[in-house]
Design a protein around this ligand. Structure first.
Ligand code: DX5
Ligand code: ZN
Length: 217
């Protein structure tokens, strides 16, 4: 079954806990937590204390942490301690991919690798063993509400084929520009098993209905 991971980047930060509870009660499978350092991407978002607060408010929620930061390795333990269940970092980051992936798993957390729109799918092939997830960006990371770049579809297909060929059971996540009526079905057809969606869920007038629309696909 395809999972939905609403991105809190588009939530109302004055009522973050309530917004997250609402989408989880409506059937969302996890919470996508976008961390930006103003260096790997231009934008700044939020970090450890916010994750810790959200985890304390919703201790049973699966926290799908997406690190858009230059040096993820340095912060792995702190994100695990703050409540991350899966930590996804970028293959374009400045740290060792193998060391970062191993550190995440050594702390008992699931590891994921994200790839930007300009990065070929093959760049993650050497690192697939041991991963729980590969996240394909449908937009340039940094902001919610951008239009989906269809190059993500071809990458999902390549990743699905490679995982199948090697017998690897890895979730394929797609993040950015994912909408229930248009791009989400295309992503699922191409092999996505996790849909990350920010604005389409949290900016909807009726968030529960938006979640239900995704779950119906
Ligand atoms: C983009 C983030 C996304 C973002 C998606 O840099 O990684 O998770 O919140 O937002 P939408 O769904 O609005 O494109
Ligand atoms: Zn994200």
């Amino acid at each position: 079954m395809v999972k939905l991971s609403p991105s809190v980047l588009s939530a109302d930060f004055s009522r973050l806990g309530e917004d997250c509870r609402e989408v989880l009660d409506a059937g969302a499978d996890m919470i996508h937590f976008d961390v930006m350092d103003g260096h790997f991407v231009d934008n700044l978002s939020f970090g450890l204390p916010v994750l810790e607060g959200l985890h304390n408010a919703l201790p049973h929620a699966f926290m799908d942490v997406h690190l858009m930061i230059t040096n993820p390795l340095k912060y792995v333990k702190q994100f695990v301690d703050a409540g991350a269940n899966c930590i996804t970092f970028h293959v374009e980051c400045s740290d060792s991919i193998r060391a970062t992936s191993a550190a995440i798993r050594a702390y008992g957390c699931q590891a994921g690798i994200a790839i930007n729109p300009d990065t070929p799918a093959e760049c993650v092939f050497p690192f697939l063993e041991g991963l729980s997830l590969v996240l394909v960006m449908g937009v340039q990371p940094g902001h919610g509400g951008q239009a989906f770049n269809p190059t993500a579809l071809d990458k999902l297909r390549k990743l699905r084929a490679e995982c199948q060929r090697r017998g690897l059971d890895i979730d394929l996540s797609v993040d950015g520009g994912v909408k229930a009526a248009t791009t989400a079905p295309q992503c699922i057809e191409a092999g996505a098993t996790v849909l990350v969606s920010g604005s389409a869920v949290f900016c909807a007038k009726d968030k529960a209905a938006a979640v239900a629309e995704f779950k119906r696909i």
